[in-house]
Design a binder for this molecule. Structure first.
Ligand code: ZN
Length: 138
């Protein structure tokens, strides 16, 4: 069995934002030379997520509005976590949207369902953050 590891780095100019990382994950699979196996992609910070869904801008606005209803950013003082930091909402949003995804690799390609794309979802940006790609197979 072969393994391959790669980190992706982000520094979004806004507090929240979505990045489609599908092409970068596929590139890592190609670099790995692995044809049959699994690709794990996980956020390496506790205030960002990696998830799979549709690359459709209306849906992305809906995620933002839905998450703001569940865990609104402000007022900051509503959260016990805030004080030294102001990112309690980002921790909660990350928990809702998840830490990682696992995708099958078939014949060297991401073996997706219909319309599936992989996204990095930033909830506390304006600083360097990262995600891990780990590929196993042969
Ligand atoms: Zn925090």
């Amino acid at each position: 069995m072969k393994t391959y590891r790669k980190e992706l780095w982000f520094n979004l100019p806004s507090r929240r934002g979505l990045v489609n990382i599908t092409n970068q994950v596929q590139a890592a699979i190609t670099e790995s030379g692995i044809k049959e196996g699994l690709a794990l992609v996980n956020a390496m910070n506790i205030t960002s997520s990696v998830f799979i869904n549709d690359d459709e801008s209306g849906l992305h606005q809906d995620f933002e509005r839905w998450l703001e209803k569940l865990a609104p950013e402000k007022p900051y003082e509503q959260y016990a976590h805030n004080g030294y930091e102001d990112n309690a909402d980002a921790h909660l949003k990350r928990t809702i949207m998840g830490r990682e995804v696992v995708v099958a690799i078939t014949n060297g390609r991401l073996d997706f369902g219909t319309w599936e794309q992989i996204f990095y979802f930033e909830f506390d940006g304006k600083r360097r953050k990262h995600a891990l790609i780990k590929i196993i197979g042969e």
